[in-house]
Design a protein around this ligand. Sequence first.
Ligand code: DGP
Ligand code: NA
Ligand code: NA
Length: 210
Amino acid sequence: DNGCNDKSRGSLIVFEGLDRCGKTSQSGRLVSYLEKKGVPVESWRFPDRSTSVGEMISSYLANKSQLDDQTVHLLFSANRWEKRSLMENKLRSGITLVVDRYSYSGVSFSAAKGLDIEWCKSPERGLLAPDLVVYLDIAPEKAAERGGYGSERYEQLEFQRKVAQQYQTLCDSAWKVIDACLSVDSVEEQIRESAMECVSNCLKGKPLFE
Ligand code: DGP
Ligand code: NA
Ligand code: NA
């Protein structure tokens, strides 16, 4: 199904960036804004730690279990796949999804460990393509200064530098790249503008792509 029969639908808006770039707070702000504008919207995030796959991921991230890099890559991907049909149903029923991390995190974090990038992309193929990718751009050193990282597996400066390099290779001209070091309000304003344009295109019947 290539989605050509779509009429109005919700938008798939994805936030990406390094740990501590401000994604979680900005995606929350966008959801509140869209709600106020009367746009049916839900806040989502990946990994979704509430499923049994998500619990395995969470335990891995907390260093409570060990998994090899390929295995954990496929678990993160499976965690998106297990939500795919629900996401599609929501979008087709007119609900906009604002998602904190998606396939680009999947590819960037695993490729940063040295896995082949094409291998990393493979299991993501067939997931729904976002209508808008918001990339909150921050230097790894700046992100590290923001109250420091937590204790999860990937929250280390050296690793985040490698993740940033991988995001660079994935980033294309369709992404909305925003300087995450601007004021919170100015970042929010730029996101609002792109999101409203995206929502109105989807209401006009922009097809849903895999
Ligand atoms: P978060 O809940 O957004 O803080 O994400 C938890 C950590 O997992 C964070 O360091 C980013 C990383 N991450 C998110 N998605 C993926 C993924 O698909 N693959 C890998 N390897 N790491 C991911
Ligand atoms: Na994190
Ligand atoms: Na986050």
